[in-house]
Design a binder for this molecule. Structure first.
Ligand code: ADP
Ligand code: MG
Length: 622
């Protein structure tokens, strides 16, 4: 219950209500939402099952139902074309940037932003990401007891204007007011309170599910500057899984019991679990699914380290390269911060420690640290803290400039300028009597326009006729705190002006956003119910599949009556799946899970030596 606040008589102002602000880490693999509680502590917000990590997965069902999170991730094996697992990779990308052969999705025809064919019609990465953000918004509203006032959303330091704009568009579609986009490495540094220390050089080593990012930050007078970034968008924890799965395949084949191709997805999931378990224990035994039943294969931490040594070495090479680019030696760095779930692997920690010759900061959970920092920023920006609190500033990730004669770029605002920024420069006409000037705004570090990203074109008309070189035209660039750009040009003698708000080529138009928002508001309730049903269906299908597999492999461990009860429960659940009755499906699923418990326990006892013992059958499936 909410109590109304009444000011004490005589006191001048009513107690100010705390405003509801959150930080969101919209990750490639996982997304999280956090907030600063009244006591000043940062808290991660969990779903109803107590999970704080939301897999960044969106599944569109055959009837158009949307599932987000765990259920959607699990659906990918069976329905890869409509299960979007790493949608962040396509944010701000055009159809031309995504080769059809490289994705398991069907690309919609046409130009502009890339769109994927789904049973709901073609969907853009912005729309798909918005589904993830909607779930986080609802989670936050449930936890904070009312509508959100604003959010800080994090993006990789190397995200360009189009990718940043796409992230903003996704937030708006999800009904979230974006206070600020914050660079992920900066957020991690903020979470550690490095911003309070005044000055320093920091290396942020972020090994996520599918990406590796290294950023070198310099903090000076409350401003974080990105000195260098390096990374590999195709190197992450997933590659360690793949490496281990390949090795398990080979071991099984050598033992004369190869893993059938149909079990590859399951083996990969088992490898991932084993990898994560090896961060805690010295050795793990994996039950490889083979045609002749489970084959236990043991792997030690040491042999896993050797197996994946080249992957780790690649991240360390990239780290050295970034330091070199920034003109720094590892010893000059004041602190290294570990970010990303995969940086939990002990060999990664050891590798980073030996490179910098000191242990990295690991006190905060590496897959949560970005959300924690974002929440601190959000709390500050929404005004929950006093005016004496620090205000963090960000910097421009890529230089901005305009095209000059010969296809060259004249840089107006260099990268790493503190935001907000404003800078002007004078230009003149090229031909006698020239009446108009065409301005081309570009972003990038290269000297040729062709190598930079085109942001906008606009024209300045009404220049009084003069000899070439006589006119004085001031072009000024403004970048707001989020890194969004506007450019104006002004002819000084007449005061003629032209202006453009840079809308990246793949951003949504105002009208598109308005329609989409109206649409999503009109269908909010329906959508929520449909999503709950879709997620419930998927979860039930997972349990059914797991039960079927367990029964086939080890049905003989059950007594006759148990066997029959299990088969009946499975049939009941299967039948309910054809209905829209989510609560009934949930109940039947739970009933089935209860029945599979004894089988799970007996399977474990039976296959002695498994280090994954004690988990439920469902946990052992992908
Ligand atoms: P992203 O930034 O891409 O969203 P995360 O930071 O959530 O990714 O990292 C996900 C990766 O971290 C996955 O590959 C996952 O297997 C791995 N991971 C999570 N926990 C552990 C652990 N305890 N040991 C090793 N790897 C882990
Ligand atoms: Mg991340």
């Amino acid at each position: 219950m909410n109590l109304l606040q009444i000011a004490e008589p005589g006191s001048r102002e009513p107690p100010t209500a705390r405003r509801r602000a959150v930080g969101i880490d919209l990750g490639t693999t996982h997304s999280l939402v956090a907030t600063v509680a009244e006591d000043g502590q940062v808290r991660l917000l969990a779903d109803t099952a107590g999970e704080v990590l939301l897999p960044s997965a969106v599944h569109i069902g055959a009837e158009g139902g949307i599932a987000v999170g765990r259920a959607a991730a699990a659906a990918a094996a069976g329905a890869p074309a409509t299960s979007f697992l790493s949608i962040k990779r396509y944010m701000g990308r055009g159809a031309a940037d995504v080769p059809a052969a490289a994705v398991p999705y069907v690309l919609a025809a046409g130009e502009g932003p890339v769109r994927f064919v789904t049973p709901r019609g073609p969907l853009s990465p912005v729309e798909i990401s918005a589904e993830i953000l909607k779930v986080l918004r609802q989670r936050a509203q449930a936890a904070l007891g009312g509508p959100l006032d604003g959010a800080v959303i994090t993006v990789p330091a190397y995200f360009d204007d189009a990718q940043r704009q796409a992230t903003r568009d996704a937030a708006r579609l999800a009904g979230i007011e974006v206070l600020r986009l914050l660079n992920e490495p900066t957020a991690a540094a903020v979470a550690y309170g490095l911003d309070r220390g005044g000055e320093g050089l920091f290396a942020i080593y972020d090994l996520g599910g599918g990406t590796f990012d290294l950023s070198v930050l310099r903090l000076r007078r409350g401003v974080f500057e990105v000195l260098a970034t390096a990374g590999d968008t195709a190197l992450g924890g997933d590659d360690f899984d793949r490496c281990l799965a390949d090795w398990l395949h080979a071991q099984a084949a050598e033992a004369g019991a190869p893993v059938p191709p149909g079990e590859a997805v399951r083996l990969r999931a088992l490898a991932r679990r084993a990898k994560e378990a090896l961060s805690e224990t010295e050795a793990v035994t994996v039950d490889c699914p083979t045609a002749t039943g489970p084959l236990p294969v043991t792997i030690t931490r040491e042999s896993f380290g050797a197996l994946t040594g080249e992957l780790l070495a690649r991240t360390l090479r990239l780290t050295r390269q970034a330091l070199h680019e920034a003109g720094l030696t590892p010893a000059e760095v004041d602190g290294a911060v570990l970010v990303g779930g995969a940086s939990r692997m002990p060999q990664v920690r050891a590798g980073v420690a030996s490179l910098f010759d000191r242990p990295p900061l690991t006190d905060l959970d590496p897959d949560r640290v970005v959300a924690l920092g974002a929440a601190r920023q959000a709390d500050l920006l929404i005004g929950n803290r006093g005016p004496h609190d620090y205000l963090l500033l960000d910097v421009l990730p890529l230089s901005l400039g305009i095209e000059t004669m010969g296809g060259l770029v004249e840089r107006i605002i260099p990268r790493n300028s503190t935001l907000p920024a404003m800078r002007a420069q004078h230009f003149t006409t090229f031909a006698d009597g020239q009446r108009a000037m065409r301005l081309h705004v570009v972003q990038g570090e290269r000297d040729l326009v062709a190598d930079c990203r085109s942001l906008a074109h606009f024209e300045l008309r009404g220049i009084p006729p003069m000899v070439a070189g006589a006119a004085r035209i001031e072009v000024s660039f403004q970048v707001d705190a989020d890194g969004l750009v506007s450019v104006s040009a002004c002819e000084q003698t007449t005061g003629t002006r032209a202006e453009v708000q840079v809308k990246p080529a793949y951003g949504l138009t105002e009208a598109q956003i308005t329609t989409m928002l109206a649409d999503s508001l009109a269908h909010a309730e329906e959508d929520a119910a449909a999503r709950a049903l879709a997620e419930q269906r998927l979860a039930a299908e997972q349990v059914l599949q797991a039960s079927r597999a367990a029964l086939t492999a080890d049905g003989d461990l059950l007594a006759g009556g148990e066997h029959e009860a299990l088969t009946q429960a499975m049939a009941r659940l299967q039948a309910l799946l054809a209905t829209d009755d989510a609560p009934a499906i949930a109940a039947a699923q739970q009933a089935l899970e209860r029945l599979t418990e004894p089988l799970a326990a007996r399977r474990m006892d039976h296959h002695i030596g498994t280090a994954l013992a004690g988990r439920h059958v469902r946990d052992l499936e992908g």
